[in-house]
Write a protein that binds this ligand. Structure first.
Ligand SMILES: Cc1cc2nc3c(=O)[nH]c(=O)nc-3n(C[C@H](O)[C@H](O)[C@H](O)COP(=O)(O)OP(=O)(O)OC[C@H]3O[C@@H](n4cnc5c(N)ncnc54)[C@H](O)[C@@H]3O)c2cc1C
Length: 808
C-alpha cells in the first residue's frame, strides 16, 4: 500500500522510479538514517521492467566488487522476510553453466578460477554429474559444467514489496502515480524535483528509471547511455520433471537460460543480436505491459532449446514473454554521481542483471549519496566513464542490441564492439588506417591496437593472431625507434594564481616544483585510495598540464572541480582534443630527433620538459617513458600532428600500437588506473609511496598515514611465469601452498624478457623477491616467480639520459 498522495515540500533524498533499483535504494537510504527519503513512481511499484523479470541471481561477475554487490543481494534476499514479514520468494537452488565446445570450456573454467579468488563456491563437474542435477537436459554434446551452489532466484515483485515495507518502517515514503516532470538545477547542483503535484526541494536525487533513464537524466543536463532492447523468455505449462525446483541452467552456446516456473519451464535467451526499442514509443502509461510475441526472432533460440530439452517437443507453450530491458554502451550499469550535476545520482541501465545486482547496487548507491562515495571501488559502474558521444540516439540504438548479444558470447581477450564505431578519431586516424591499424574503442575514441592487420581472426584464449606483429612493434621501440599515439590521454589545463596551492592539496606528490619539471602523482580520495594517477607538467608559475587516462578525463575533471574551495582562483580546461601527443621511443630516437633538427631534446633531463621544434613543428617535449625505452612524449597542436608524424616516419620511426605499449608497461611495472590501481588501493599497497610528499597536507594524507602505520595486507608484485606458452590475461588467482594468496591485475607477454608477465596484488608475506607461486589459468596451475621490481630493466637505465638522478 502506498502513502496518500500529499507530497512533502522538502526531502532528504528523492528516488525516482519504483523498480528494484529504486526500492532497494530507498530501503538503504532509510537504513542509513535518511528518514525523510521519498520515492516517486510514475505508475505503480515494479510496473516497468521489474515485475516480469526472470529474477535469477547469479553471484559471479567479472570483477571482485561487482561480485560483492550480488553476494550482498543474496544475503539480503534471504533475510528480508525475517525483518519485514514480507517474503521475497528467495529460492537457493544453485546454477549450472554447461560448455559444449572447447573454447567455452576454457571460458567457464576461467570463471571457476575467478570464483575461487572471489570466495564464491564453484566446482567443475562432468556432463554426467550435470545430468544428475538437470535430468531433462540432453547431454551428448556437453563437455562439462561449472556448478555454483550459492545462486538462486527471487520473486521480483515480492522483493520490491519487502524493500518498500522495510523502507517505510524506517520513515521513508513512497508515492505512486507521481511522474517526475523536471529536475531543478542551480549552479550545477540539484535543488529540487518537479511533479504535477508540486515541487520537492532536495539536494540529492537518485535516478532509478530503468529504460527511461536517458530521458530522465537529460532533465538534469546529464547524458546517460541507456537504451532498451526487447528481451524474451518462453513459458510452458507444467511438464514432467519440473515439478520441483531446479538449478538455473545456462547453455551459453545455445544463447539460453532455463529454469522451472510454476512446474513448467522458463526458457530465456540472449540471442546474438537483440532488437532495440525506442523508449519514447512505449508511452508514459506503459505499466505492467509486455511487447508483442516475435516467434520469428525467437525461432533460432527455440531450435536450440528443443535440442537441449527434448521434453519441449511435447510441452504446451503458455506464452512467449517479451519485455523491455535497458542496456548501456559497455554492458555495465550506471551507479554513482553524474559528472555534470552535483547531487544527481544514477542507478540504472542494469543490463539484465538488475534483480541480481539490485540489493547490493541499491546499498552502494545509498551509501554514495550519504557518504559521498561507494562503499568500495565500483569504477566499472561509474557514470563518468562515458563520453557524451556514446549517449547519442543513433549510437545507442546500434550498440544496445550488440551488448545484449555479447552477454552470452565467449569473452575472448581483446574482443571489440563492432557497432557505434568511429565516434571520435584522433588527428592521425587517416595515417593509422593507411598502416592497416586494428582499432579499439575507448571513451568513444578509435585507438590503434596494432598495425598491419589482416582480416579479423577468430578469438582465442591461446596466443592471438597478432602475437608476432605486436612483438615486432615492441622490438621496433626496443631496438630502433617507434611512435606511440598517446593523443587519447586526457589533457587538463589547470591555471590561475592559486593553481599551485590547489594542486598541492589535491595531489599527493610535490606540486611546488619549479616550472620545467614533470611530476608523477596520485590524486587520492579521503580514504587514501587512488582517484587518479597522473603525470603533471608545470608549464609556468600559474599553469599546469595534467595528463590522465583516456577514459578518466570526465571523472577527473569532475573530481578537480569538486575539490575547489570558495574563492580559490583556479580554472580548468579540457585540452584533449586540441592537442596530439606522439611518444617517440627507442635507442635510435636521439639520432632520429637530431636528423630532424631537434638537437635541443638531447639536453632535456629525465622528467624534464621544454618547448622545442621537430622538423619545424612546434612541440612541447617531455623526457619520460611509459614503455621503458629512451625518448620523449611530444605534444603538438592537433592540426600539426600529421606533419610531425610524417617527419618522424620519414626519418625511420615506425608506429606501435596499444598492445605493444601495454606489454611494455607491464614488463616495466608501470601501473594503470582501472587495472592495477583503483579507489580501494593506496600508494602503500601499490609500491608508489616514493611519489608521496608526506610533509604536505594533501587530500587523503591522514588515511594514507594510517595505512602506512598499519602496514599493507597486500602488495603489488611482478609475477613472471616460467612457461613461455602460457597466456595469462589478468584476474587470474595466484596460489601458494594450495591457497589463493592474490590475483593478477594485468598480464601480457613480455617480449623483451621472453616470458609472460603479470602484475598483481599478493598477500604481503608472499610478495617477496624470488617467491615461487603458481598462476591459475583456466584451472591449470603455471609455475611463476615473484619479483618486487620491474621484470625488465629494473634500474630504469634504458630510459634515462646518462648520469640522471631526477626524482619523479
Ligand atoms: C524478460 C526479462 C528477464 C529478466 N531476467 C532477469 C534475471 O533473471 N535476473 C536479473 O537480475 N535481471 C533480469 N532482468 C533484468 C531486470 O529485470 C532489470 O534489470 C530490472 O528489473 C531493472 O530494474 P529497474 O529498477 O532499473 O527498472 P524498472 O523496473 O523498469 O523501474 C523503473 C521505474 O521507473 C519508473 N519511471 C520512469 N520514468 C519515471 C518518471 N519520470 N517519474 C517517475 N517514475 C518513473 C517506471 O515507471 C518504472 O517503474 C530481466 C529483464 C527482462 C525484461
Amino acid at each position: 500500500m502506498a502513502d496518500t498522495p500529499s507530497l512533502p515540500s522538502h526531502a532528504g533524498a528523492v528516488v525516482i522510479g519504483g523498480g528494484v533499483m529504486g526500492c532497494s535504494t530507498l530501503y538503504h537510504l532509510a537504513k542509513l538514517g535518511v528518514r525523510d527519503a521519498v520515492l516517486l513512481e510514475r505508475n505503480k511499484l515494479t510496473s516497468g521492467t521489474t515485475w516480469h523479470s526472470a529474477a535469477q541471481v547469479r553471484a559471479l561477475r567479472s570483477s571482485r566488487n561487482l561480485t560483492r554487490l550480488i553476494q550482498y543481494s543474496i544475503g539480503l534476499y534471504a533475510e528480508l522476510e525475517q525483518e519485514t514479514g514480507q517474503a521475497t520468494g528467495w529460492i537457493n537452488k544453485g546454477s549450472l553453466s554447461i560448455a559444449t565446445n572447447p573454447d567455452r570450456l576454457v571460458h567457464i573454467r576461467r570463471q571457476e578460477a575467478l570464483a575461487h579468488s572471489f570466495g564464491v563456491p564453484a566446482e567443475f563437474i562432468s556432463a554426467g554429474q550435470a545430468g544428475e542435477l538437470w535430468p531433462l537436459m540432453r547431454l551428448d554434446d556437453v563437455l562439462g559444467a561449472v556448478w555454483s551452489p550459492v545462486d538462486g532466484r527471487v520473486n521480483p515483485s515480492d522483493l520490491c514489496a519487502a524493500l518498500a515495507k522495510g523502507a517505510r518502517a524506517r520513515g521513508a515514503r513512497t508515492f505512486e502515480d507521481t511522474p517526475v516532470t523536471g529536475i531543478q538545477v542551480k549552479g550545477g547542483k540539484v535543488v529540487g524535483v518537479e511533479t504535477a503535484g508540486g515541487t520537492i526541494r532536495c539536494d540529492a536525487v537518485a535516478l532509478c528509471t530503468g529504460l527511461w533513464s536517458r530521458a530522465g537524466a537529460a532533465m538534469a543536463g546529464v547524458s546517460a547511455p541507456v537504451w532498451p532492447c526487447e528481451h524474451f523468455y518462453l513459458l510452458t505449462k507444467p511438464v514432467a520433471g519440473a515439478e520441483h525446483h531446479l538449478p538455473t541452467l545456462s547453455d551459453h552456446d545455445g544463447h539460453l537460460y532455463i529454469r522451472d516456473e510454476s512446474q513448467g519451464l522458463l526458457v530465456g535467451c540472449f540471442e546474438p543480436r537483440g532488437k532495440p526499442l525506442d523508449p519514447a514509443g512505449l508511452g508514459e502509461d506503459f505499466a505492467f505491459q509486455l511487447l508483442p510475441e516475435d516467434w520469428e526472432h525467437f525461432e533460432p533460440m527455440m531450435l536450440n532449446a528443443l535440442h537441449r530439452l527434448p521434453v519441449l517437443e511435447t510441452a504446451e507453450v503458455r506464452m512467449l514473454l517479451n519485455g523491455p530491458e535497458s542496456f548501456t554502451s559497455d554492458g555495465s550499469f550506471l551507479l554513482g554521481e553524474s559528472a555534470e550535476t552535483r547531487g544527481f545520482f544514477l542507478g540504472c541501465g542494469m543490463n539484465s542483471v538488475g534483480v541480481a545486482t539490485g540489493g547490493g547496487a541499491g546499498m552502494a548507491l545509498a551509501h554514495c549519496m550519504v557518504e559521498g562515495h561507494t562503499p568500495y571501488d565500483l569504477h566499472e559502474a561509474d557514470p563518468k566513464r562515458f563520453h557524451p558521444a556514446e549517449s547519442g540516439v543513433e549510437a545507442l540504438a546500434a550498440r544496445a542490441p550488440e551488448v545484449l548479444g555479447k552477454h552470452y558470447e565467449i569473452a575472448y581477450p581483446g574482443r571489440q564492439m563492432t557497432s557505434a564505431r568511429g565516434l571520435r578519431d584522433t588527428p592521425l586516424h587517416a595515417r593509422w588506417a593507411a598502416e592497416k591499424a586494428r582499432f579499439g574503442q575507448v571513451y568513444a575514441w578509435e585507438r590503434p591496437l596494432y598495425f598491419g592487420a589482416g582480416p579479423e581472426a577468430k578469438g582465442t584464449f591461446g596466443r592471438p593472431a597478432w602475437f608476432e606483429q605486436v612483438g615486432r612493434e615492441v622490438m621496433q621501440a626496443h631496438e630502433a625507434a617507434a611512435v606511440f599515439d598517446l593523443s587519447t590521454f586526457g589533457k587538463i589545463l589547470v591555471e590561475g594564481p592559486d593553481a599551485e596551492a590547489f594542486l598541492d592539496r589535491v595531489c599527493a606528490n610535490d606540486m611546488t616544483r619549479a616550472p620545467g619539471r614533470a611530476i608523477y602523482s596520485a590524486m587520492l580520495n579521503q580514504r587514501g585510495g587512488f582517484e587518479s594517477d597522473l603525470t603533471v607538467l608545470r608549464l609556468d608559475e600559474q599553469r599546469y598540464r595534467l595528463s590522465v587516462g583516456s577514459s578518466a578525463v570526465g571523472r577527473d575533471l569532475a573530481w578537480l572541480r569538486r575539490q575547489l574551495r570558495d574563492g580559490e582562483r583556479v580554472t580548468f580546461s579540457d585540452e584533449t582534443e586540441a592537442l596530439a601527443v606522439l611518444a617517440l621511443m627507442g635507442p635510435a630516437a636521439p639520432e632520429l630527433a637530431r636528423s630532424l633538427g631537434a638537437d635541443a631534446l638531447d639536453d632535456l633531463g629525465y622528467f624534464r620538459h621544454a618547448p622545442a621544434e621537430v622538423a619545424g613543428v612546434p612541440v612541447h617535449a617531455v623526457r619520460l617513458s611509459y614503455v621503458g625505452e629512451a625518448g620523449w612524449e611530444l605534444t603538438c597542436r592537433a592540426e600539426d600532428a600529421e606533419r610531425l608524424y610524417d617527419a618522424l616516419a620519414s626519418a625511420g620511426a615506425r608506429p606501435a600500437g596499444l598492445y605493444a605499449q601495454t606489454a611494455m608497461r607491464i614488463e616495466k611495472r608501470f601501473l594503470s588506473m582501472g587495472h592495477d590501481l583503483d579507489g580501494d588501493v593506496s600508494p602503500i599497497e601499490a609500491g608508489l609511496a616514493f611519489a608521496v610528499r608526506w610533509e604536505s597536507d594533501f587530500i587523503g594524507r591522514d588515511a594514507l598515514e594510517a595505512r602506512r602505520q598499519a602496514g599493507p595486507k597486500l602488495r603489488m608484485a611482478t609475477i613472471v611465469l616460467d612457461d613461455p606458452e602460457a597466456v595469462p590475461l589478468g584476474h587470474e588467482p595466484v596460489y601458494l601452498d594450495g591457497a589463493v594468496i592474490g590475483q593478477t591485475t594485468s598480464a601480457a607477454f613480455g617480449y623483451r624478457i621472453g616470458r609472460p608477465v603479470a602484475l598483481g596484488y599478493l598477500e604481503a608475506e608472499a610478495a617477496r623477491e624470488g617467491q615461487a607461486v603458481t598462476v591459475d589459468i583456466a584451472r591449470t596451475l603455471f609455475p611463476a616467480r615473484v619479483t618486487m621490481k620491474p621484470a625488465y630493466d629494473p634500474s630504469g637505465a634504458r630510459m634515462r639520459p646518462v648520469n640522471s638522478t631526477e626524482r619523479v
